[in-house]
Design a binder for this molecule. Structure first.
Ligand code: F6P
Length: 541
């Protein structure tokens, strides 16, 4: 791989490949050459610094890096998450073809289907009002209590699919900061509220603490006996859920071969299913399954996750770009960048390879973003003129859900396309000067001001275009990004499916709680921690 990376660097230098603007000028067919589609989903990567030679080298990198082999291992239940001894089978959760998927010789599909059916029955019961609160009133509000993968997926998808939301209102509480649950409960009537406690491990301190507060809320308002009517739970740790006191018919399981950040397809999707209904949730799974089949079978040059992963790797490890911006031109994808942040950074933010040696070069980039057009008026300045190159990933639907506001959607599209064009084309010093003098600025002043109005251009972006943000399209989009993270992880030669990096902070927080509570001495901690604990204690009301 080292030799191919070197070849890639040479190819970039030789072809002056990062001059994307020149590449467009030289090749009128560049878009045809460097775009690919899957159904109505179009990926335009022509505005990145690729050429034929670079793509061939990247395809070679995928071959030598063993991406296809690892992909087959993932889909077929090999325990590729070797540090935890687990298979990685979120794809089985949306395996709509229902072909057997074996984990240690056992087909997981009957269990997957059984949980999906139980979720459907429960969701229908809540949506129809057949399942009521303790006082006989139908449920109007559902509060999901979870964090990380037990929160970000449902909250992101519920927002994204708002036009399909015809069930009870959905709320999401994640932060251990009491403000989060307090502000949420303020809006709610205990008699008509259902809490879903969502935690893969059912030990996560934030979730357990918020769940206890929610339990107290119901018990205070409606009495202990009411609690069972107002709680459901989602977890892999069924014994721990039972110990919390949730009735067995309201517990929805999943399995250790589903990573938290890949769990939206499992029972963790229950709040989404209650919001949009089991049929639409099924279409969401269908979209992901379609992408799975595409990823597994399409040749590299037509394979969207493969292309996205290869270009992502190229940006990070050949061109050295430190971050990537996720810029959906869709207000309802507001939480999509945060969702991808966990998916990508918790998966590929690793420093050790599968051999236990340090990663050569870089692993995953910083992932961040906001919907356009809001981002344009906040941080795009840096993307256009700052000193770091930040590859941008735009996404835009051809159609919104507000036909009476078509004009606004057209403006949205125009802004999205304008940004990628501006990033690529830039504006030269001469063009900047010409623009100023044409507005009757004198030559000397134009010379002085023009450098500030130069855009270097040649800033890479990928644009995704699709028909409409339906449940199918959202499922497909998420699965696309999951597989891109997979491709990059294989090339970084890391295990994308563990997350040991989150452990140390958790351990130290547990140790610091009695110190913060004044039950243990702060002595033994570093002087900064000692100073901070003392300052907070001094300010305590
Ligand atoms: O702290 C990280 C993490 O383990 C994530 O991977 C996970 O999504 C989140 O915490 C929540 O974990 P759980 O679902 O077990 O509560």
């Amino acid at each position: 791989m080292r030799a191919i990376i070197q070849d890639l660097k040479s190819a970039v230098a030789r072809a002056n490949a990062t001059n994307i603007r020149a590449a467009f000028a030289a090749d009128p067919d560049r878009f045809e050459r460097f775009s690919a589609s899957f159904g109505d989903l179009l990926m335009d990567y022509s505005k990145t610094a690729v050429n034929e030679e670079i793509l061939l080298l990247l395809e070679r990198l995928a071959e030598v890096g063993g991406v296809a082999k690892k992909r087959e291992e993932m889909f077929s239940g090999v325990p590729i998450n070797f540090t935890e001894g687990r298979a990685v089978l979120h794809t089985a959760l949306r395996n709509r073809s229902n072909t057997p998927v074996l984990v240690e010789g056992k087909d997981v599909m009957p269990d997957v289907n059984a949980v999906l059916a139980a979720m459907g029955a429960f969701a229908d019961g809540i949506r129809s009002g057949a399942l009521k609160g303790a006082t006989g009133k139908p449920i109007t509000d559902v509060v999901n209590i979870g964090i990380g993968g037990s929160d970000l997926g449902p909250v992101m998808a519920a927002l994204a699919l708002a036009p399909y939301h015809d069930g009870p209102r959905a709320h999401f509480v994640s932060n251990v900061d009491g403000a989060h649950i307090a502000d949420t409960l303020k809006l709610l009537d205990a008699e008509t509220t259902l809490f879903i406690v969502a935690s893969k491990t059912f030990t996560t301190i934030e979730t357990m603490t918020n769940a206890a507060s929610a339990r107290a809320f119901i018990a205070d308002k409606l009495g202990e006996a009411a609690v069972k009517h107002h709680f459901a739970a989602v977890s892999t740790a069924l014994d721990k859920v039972a110990a919390f006191g949730i009735e067995s018919g309201r517990i929805f399981g999943f399995w250790d071969w589903v990573g938290g950040r890949y769990s939206i397809w499992s029972a963790i999707g229950l709040p989404l299913m209650i919001a949009i209904g089991p049929d639409n949730f099924g279409k969401f799974l269908d979209g992901a399954h379609a992408m799975d089949k595409h990823f597994r079978t399409a040749p590299a040059r037509q394979n969207l996750p493969m292309l996205l992963g290869l270009i992502g790797y190229y940006h990070r490890n050949v061109l050295g770009y430190p971050s990537r911006a996720i810029l959906p031109y869709d207000q309802r994808l507001l939480r999509f960048p945060a969702y991808l942040q966990q998916l990508d950074m918790e998966s590929n933010g690793k420093g050790v390879t599968i051999d236990g040696t340090p990663v050569e070069g870089n692993s995953g980039p910083v992932v961040w973003g906001e919907p356009g057009t809001n981002g344009q008026h906040a941080f795009y300045q840096l993307i256009h003129q700052g000193t770091s190159i930040i590859p941008a990933e735009f996404m835009i639907a051809a159609n919104g859900f507000e036909p009476h506001l078509r004009h606004q959607h057209e403006l949205l599209i125009a802004n999205c396309l304008a940004q990628s064009e501006a990033l690529m084309k830039g504006r030269t010093l001469d063009e900047a000067k010409e623009q100023l003098t044409s507005k009757s600025m004198d030559e000397a002043k134009a010379d002085f001001i023009a450098p500030h109005r130069v855009f270097t251009g040649n800033r890479p972006s990928i644009t995704f275009v699709y028909d409409k943000l339906t449940p199918f399209a959202l499922g497909r989009l998420i699965a696309l990004y999951e597989h891109r993270v997979f491709v990059e992880g294989v090339l970084f030669r890391i295990n994308s499916f563990d997350q040991w990096g989150v452990e140390l902070g958790k351990e130290l927080a547990t140790g610091l709680l009695p110190v913060v509570q004044g039950k243990e001495s702060v002595a033994g901690h570093d002087s900064s921690t000692q100073g901070l604990v003392t300052a907070l204690a001094g300010l305590k009301a």
